[in-house]
Design a protein around this ligand. Sequence first.
Ligand code: C2E
Ligand code: MG
Ligand code: MG
Length: 351
Amino acid sequence: MCDCQSLQPGHNSGLEGLALYAASSHLRRKLHLLLEAHHLAFELHGPAFVVAADSFTALNVLVDSFSMTERHELMSTPCQGSQPDPWQTAPLVQWLHRLNTPWFVGAAQHLHFEIQPIVGLGTMQVYGHEALVRARWNGQHLGAPALLNAAAAHGQARAFDAQARRNAITQVYPMLPPQQRLFVNFSPSVVYNPEICLQTTFEACREVGADLSRLVFEVTESEAFPDLKMLRRILQRYRAEGAQVALDDLGAGHTSLLYLAELQPDVVKLDQALIRGLHADDARLPLVEALISYAHALGIQVVAEGIETADELALVMELGSDYGQGYYLGRPAANPVADLPISRPMGQGRN
Ligand code: C2E
Ligand code: MG
Ligand code: MG
């Protein structure tokens, strides 16, 4: 069951070689020529070129000579001794990513969270907090991007996401003042069956006696998740338990606007890229205003993320955002805040 796996050390430790395979004879010839041109020692094992561990760094340079399409057709299999393990065959770029990304052995056992306030802009009251994952490892403090990247590179994304969700609920929910919502991130790509994969999340809720109507699950990376039908099922599963769902980072990358209408989340979070540096003559203003109106027309509430200044706050209030989040309103911190030290800017906001 995907929620129950524990995070294990990456299995690349002690890797002695990589067997490289090319999908076509043209690509095989090119690979052969490049290995020779880069003075990389290799052994031929049938169709595979087996390269030893001391050449892995040079392989990073070698792959730059292949087009994006070619890179996906270059496969590799890790070898212990001269024995390739066919179960671990993956594109060479994926293996190189894994070899180049540190794996924080045991860090997942020490997950903790910083929490950041989300503020109701009508009242300037703290509406809830978002849990942002962190870990301590070997005296280092690791942030969310490093942890997520390492987990993905080492094939541990599913276990990591489930563990982070579980820990967010058990560690953060009990700290929150009553009535405040807890916003929990999750990556839909790790869920293959909502019934099974979300089980331990709901168990964690029961463990701390959580009122599920105070939980909001934020879909991250929705644009990298083309299976809308599955995404809808995941959101339905959360809602069936009484929780709310949010679409995170709208406006970042290629997040599809259609997702708003298709998924009808309870909340949408406008990405920081739309908010940061916003000023009175900004060309983004009509876009932000249109997004807010569109969300409201669909009955979806809006959080503006990445508010760093009083001016940005005043503008998003004027444009009708329901909630705000950002360093100006409160930085991620160990403990929740009950009240804000700042008050509503004079004459701002519609609600
Ligand atoms: P996100 O969910 O959009 O979270 C907001 C990110 O923006 C956080 O970075 C936060 O620290 C940062 N931030 C908040 N306000 C401001 C601001 O005013 N200015 C700037 N420059 N940054 C601000 P963080 O903690 O590094 O998280 C990055 C991303 O990692 C998150 O983006 C989320 O997608 C993901 N993430 C974090 N925790 C988890 C988790 O437990 N599970 C999963 N699946 N993803 C997580
Ligand atoms: Mg988020
Ligand atoms: Mg976000």
